[in-house]
Ligand binder design. Sequence first.
Ligand SMILES: Cc1cc2nc3c(=O)[nH]c(=O)nc-3n(C[C@H](O)[C@H](O)[C@H](O)COP(=O)(O)OP(=O)(O)OC[C@H]3O[C@@H](n4cnc5c(N)ncnc54)[C@H](O)[C@@H]3O)c2cc1C
Length: 630
Amino acid sequence: MTMQYDVVVIGGGHAGCEAANASARMGLSTLLLAVNLDTIGAMPCNPAVGGPGKTHLAREVDALGGVMGIATDATYLQIRMLNSSRGPAVQSLRAQSDKREYSAWMKEYMESLPNLTLRQGMVKNLLLTDGKVSGIELAFGDQIACKSAVLCAGTFLEGTIWIGKETMPAGRAGEFPAVGLSAFLRALGFTTGRLKTGTPPRIDGRTIDYSQLPVVPGDDQLQFFSFLDKRPVLPQIPCHQTRTNEKTHELIRANLHQSPMYSGMIHGVGPRYCPSIEDKVVRFADKDSHSLFLEPEGRSTYEVYLQGCSTSLPVAVQHDIVHSLPGLENASMVRPAYAVEYDYLPAIQFNHALMAKDLPGFFAAGQILGTSGYEEAAAQGIMAGINAALYALGREPFILPRSSSYTGTLVDDLVTKEIGEPYRMMTSRSEYRLLLRQDNADMRLTPLGREVGMVDDHRWELFVAKQEAIDTEKKRVKTVRIHPNPEWEEALAPYDESMKQSATLEELLRRPKVPYSVIDKLAPASEQGFAFGLEVETDIKYAGYIERQRLLIAQTEKLDGFKLPVDFNYLASDHLSKEAREKLNKIRPMTLGQASRIGGVSPADISVLMVLLEQQRRADNARDKAGVSV
Ligand SMILES: Cc1cc2nc3c(=O)[nH]c(=O)nc-3n(C[C@H](O)[C@H](O)[C@H](O)COP(=O)(O)OP(=O)(O)OC[C@H]3O[C@@H](n4cnc5c(N)ncnc54)[C@H](O)[C@@H]3O)c2cc1C
């Protein structure tokens, strides 16, 4: 082998970039391989980052020292806070990205990273020594030695794209598929499955009649994904909205038999939460219209993404569908919509470090583990990259519990539950929503990122200063007391509040409708105001709920503290239900807490496991004592 690295990352998508960034930042010599180096950090579908649940992931990646947030801030066209009128747990930032700029920025950043080498090449096989990964082999024969490998192959393994009945092998439109690697993995004993996803057509923006369409502007207030310093951005670009109508639905219904996504020509399972337009029209037959959004793909292109109209119908039908939409009557389609079907590795074959249970040194992350979405991929990528680096260093894995983050929740869901469809993050997937907010991701995770070697001095200094500022402000609002006066009465009136008697600023903030902005206006912490008012307000307003969630976490942590032996013989226990025996044997959970989250394992099974564990502990003790007396 001519080349040797600590960690090899296979793939340059959102998972691969984060994995390579993590490993290189932790000081390990790292190689990133991609089928095409021009598509590093590519966004093959929606040109956007964030949205409910997804923003949380992107911010957590940033808090840990990842790159997605910085790339988004550097290149976005528009930014908006979704659900801004709702509670802090479900608010989420969404940025419309400049697709080409994002990818170009990411490539330049990756090229600038010390310890990281980029190389174009398709991995065909893994090389094994003593049952562990020791290298990889490329399609043209070169072999490269490594201590660990992270597979982030996205939709490329045996990828096939479909438009109507036409089909072609491809990782995604315009790129070769990765052939042979999934067969190699199956030969090693891995199970693979088949999933599918689709993307909408792109329209030439010059042919859209925007005059009749509602505008969707960005927020006036600039916001950022990354917790690092803020920077100036270019003027924002608006999106627009259009709608399907009876003519569109009629066209779709009349051509359903030509849709491979719908008619069963593609066997893979599709994403429930990003349904194709065919799916929407059939599943919600009572709805006579669906919203679609026209999202520009960049400042230097006229291409516009038709969000909500993913389809695999034949091109001629796609033209008719586009022309049936208000504002698009004369529009030209630049790229047709298509579906892609690909092999994936069900994630229950991996542990919480995202390392294969039966192949030490082999890690995976992203779409290849059955998820969909850039943010889901990035969150797994950073975790797999950190763990591949720790493994190469011979150190303990870095595992985030569910209570710490959406990232921990995502990984736990993937490796614990058998998920047969593309997994997408949503805030409802977390039982700790109020603790795991997008605004406090740094408070939750940056200290952990620092411990593991991901957070540099600059980010750490910013974090410490922010934490101190919040603590100081929380102390101040507790002590500053104000008395009723006309100025405060006027400021509180829009929130249906008034002051009958004096109150501390903290007491005012506890009132459900009173925002921190009132305090920032009338009793500010300093002349410049206070940048972290939302964090202070949320902690104070929701203190009761937050405390209850902390109690819940303490209970769960007790179960997570019970380690289950890896070689525990579940099949031999008649007291466990049949389903529990099978699931536990297949998934082999590491703790009782993890076992309790497996679908089909009931509280009664957990009680049985506790008894069995206690029996085993006593038997082990007795054996040890007997050993000592001998
Ligand atoms: C047509 C289409 C529609 C989509 N629709 C949606 C959607 O509706 N909603 C949604 O959330 N997400 C959607 N996505 C998915 C989204 O693009 C992915 O979730 C995200 O890009 C996954 O990131 P990743 O890093 O896992 O993989 P990818 O971004 O796919 O990157 C894979 C990388 O691996 C490399 N690679 C693969 N095999 C090899 C090999 N053998 N050797 C070397 N390099 C290799 C490739 O070159 C590439 O760099 C869609 C994707 C496509 C293609």
